[in-house]
Design a protein around this ligand. Sequence first.
Ligand code: FES
Length: 125
Amino acid sequence: MEEILEKYKTTKEEDVKVWFKAASVNDFPIDGGACVKYKDKQIAVFNFARLNRWYACQNICPHKMEMVLSRGMIGDHKGIPKVACPLHKKTFSLENGENLNGDMDAIATYPVKIEAENVYIGFSD
Ligand code: FES
Protein backbone atom coordinates (compact mmCIF):
# COMPACT_ATOMS: atom_id res chain seq x y z
CA MET A 1 0.00 0.00 0.00
CA GLU A 2 2.66 2.47 1.01
CA GLU A 3 4.28 2.30 -2.42
CA ILE A 4 1.19 3.97 -3.88
CA LEU A 5 2.17 7.05 -1.90
CA GLU A 6 5.71 7.03 -3.20
CA LYS A 7 4.71 8.35 -6.60
CA TYR A 8 3.30 11.51 -5.02
CA LYS A 9 6.05 14.02 -4.30
CA THR A 10 5.51 17.63 -3.38
CA THR A 11 6.68 19.74 -6.29
CA LYS A 12 7.91 23.29 -5.91
CA GLU A 13 7.32 25.74 -8.70
CA GLU A 14 11.06 26.04 -9.38
CA ASP A 15 11.29 22.26 -9.93
CA VAL A 16 8.46 22.05 -12.47
CA LYS A 17 9.47 20.37 -15.73
CA VAL A 18 5.99 19.86 -17.19
CA TRP A 19 2.99 22.14 -16.93
CA PHE A 20 0.17 19.68 -17.54
CA LYS A 21 -2.97 21.21 -19.05
CA ALA A 22 -5.66 19.69 -16.84
CA ALA A 23 -8.92 21.29 -18.01
CA SER A 24 -10.78 24.53 -18.46
CA VAL A 25 -11.35 26.60 -15.33
CA ASN A 26 -15.07 26.08 -15.95
CA ASP A 27 -14.72 22.33 -15.37
CA PHE A 28 -14.10 22.85 -11.66
CA PRO A 29 -16.79 23.67 -9.12
CA ILE A 30 -16.57 27.03 -7.41
CA ASP A 31 -15.10 26.54 -3.94
CA GLY A 32 -14.76 22.83 -4.60
CA GLY A 33 -12.52 20.23 -6.13
CA ALA A 34 -12.26 17.73 -8.95
CA CYS A 35 -9.88 14.91 -9.74
CA VAL A 36 -7.61 14.86 -12.79
CA LYS A 37 -5.24 12.17 -13.98
CA TYR A 38 -1.62 12.73 -14.85
CA LYS A 39 0.26 9.59 -15.93
CA ASP A 40 -0.55 7.11 -13.16
CA LYS A 41 -1.37 9.76 -10.59
CA GLN A 42 -4.71 11.07 -9.41
CA ILE A 43 -4.51 14.73 -8.50
CA ALA A 44 -7.13 16.69 -6.61
CA VAL A 45 -7.50 20.24 -7.93
CA PHE A 46 -9.33 22.90 -5.97
CA ASN A 47 -10.87 26.11 -7.18
CA PHE A 48 -10.69 28.07 -3.95
CA ALA A 49 -12.75 30.93 -5.37
CA ARG A 50 -13.26 32.59 -1.99
CA LEU A 51 -9.52 33.21 -1.86
CA ASN A 52 -9.19 33.56 -5.61
CA ARG A 53 -6.59 30.75 -5.45
CA TRP A 54 -6.13 27.33 -7.01
CA TYR A 55 -4.48 24.34 -5.30
CA ALA A 56 -3.51 20.82 -6.27
CA CYS A 57 -2.58 17.82 -4.13
CA GLN A 58 -2.59 14.04 -4.26
CA ASN A 59 -6.14 12.68 -4.40
CA ILE A 60 -5.31 9.75 -2.15
CA CYS A 61 -5.93 10.23 1.54
CA PRO A 62 -3.05 8.62 3.44
CA HIS A 63 -5.33 7.64 6.32
CA LYS A 64 -7.09 4.71 4.64
CA MET A 65 -5.54 5.06 1.18
CA GLU A 66 -8.80 6.15 -0.41
CA MET A 67 -8.94 8.31 -3.56
CA VAL A 68 -11.24 10.90 -2.05
CA LEU A 69 -9.55 14.20 -1.27
CA SER A 70 -10.96 15.96 -4.34
CA ARG A 71 -14.39 15.47 -2.78
CA GLY A 72 -13.31 16.98 0.54
CA MET A 73 -14.55 20.22 2.02
CA ILE A 74 -12.20 23.13 1.66
CA GLY A 75 -11.92 25.78 4.33
CA ASP A 76 -9.64 27.66 6.63
CA HIS A 77 -7.56 26.48 9.60
CA LYS A 78 -6.14 29.50 11.46
CA GLY A 79 -5.59 31.28 8.19
CA ILE A 80 -4.24 28.22 6.35
CA PRO A 81 -6.32 27.01 3.39
CA LYS A 82 -7.15 23.35 4.00
CA VAL A 83 -9.03 20.34 2.71
CA ALA A 84 -10.83 17.92 5.02
CA CYS A 85 -11.08 14.33 3.85
CA PRO A 86 -14.77 13.45 3.31
CA LEU A 87 -14.37 10.10 5.09
CA HIS A 88 -12.92 10.78 8.54
CA LYS A 89 -12.15 14.48 8.35
CA LYS A 90 -8.37 14.33 8.48
CA THR A 91 -7.38 17.82 7.47
CA PHE A 92 -4.46 18.88 5.31
CA SER A 93 -2.95 22.24 4.43
CA LEU A 94 -3.36 23.05 0.76
CA GLU A 95 -0.23 25.20 0.98
CA ASN A 96 2.25 22.53 2.07
CA GLY A 97 0.23 19.34 2.65
CA GLU A 98 0.74 19.29 6.41
CA ASN A 99 -1.78 17.24 8.44
CA LEU A 100 -3.36 19.99 10.53
CA ASN A 101 -5.37 17.85 12.95
CA GLY A 102 -3.02 14.97 13.58
CA ASP A 103 0.46 13.63 13.09
CA MET A 104 0.18 11.96 9.72
CA ASP A 105 2.81 12.59 7.08
CA ALA A 106 2.14 15.53 4.82
CA ILE A 107 0.38 14.91 1.52
CA ALA A 108 2.04 15.97 -1.74
CA THR A 109 1.10 19.34 -3.17
CA TYR A 110 1.68 20.72 -6.66
CA PRO A 111 1.79 24.22 -8.13
CA VAL A 112 -1.13 25.40 -10.25
CA LYS A 113 -1.24 28.16 -12.83
CA ILE A 114 -4.09 29.56 -14.88
CA GLU A 115 -3.49 30.64 -18.45
CA ALA A 116 -6.14 31.57 -21.00
CA GLU A 117 -8.90 30.06 -18.83
CA ASN A 118 -7.08 26.73 -18.55
CA VAL A 119 -5.76 25.08 -15.43
CA TYR A 120 -2.17 23.78 -15.49
CA ILE A 121 -0.56 21.61 -12.82
CA GLY A 122 3.20 21.54 -12.40
CA PHE A 123 5.08 18.23 -12.22
CA SER A 124 8.75 17.42 -12.03
CA ASP A 125 8.37 14.14 -13.95
S1 FES B 1 -9.65 8.05 4.61
FE1 FES B 1 -9.32 10.17 4.77
S2 FES B 1 -9.61 10.61 6.84
FE2 FES B 1 -9.91 8.48 6.71
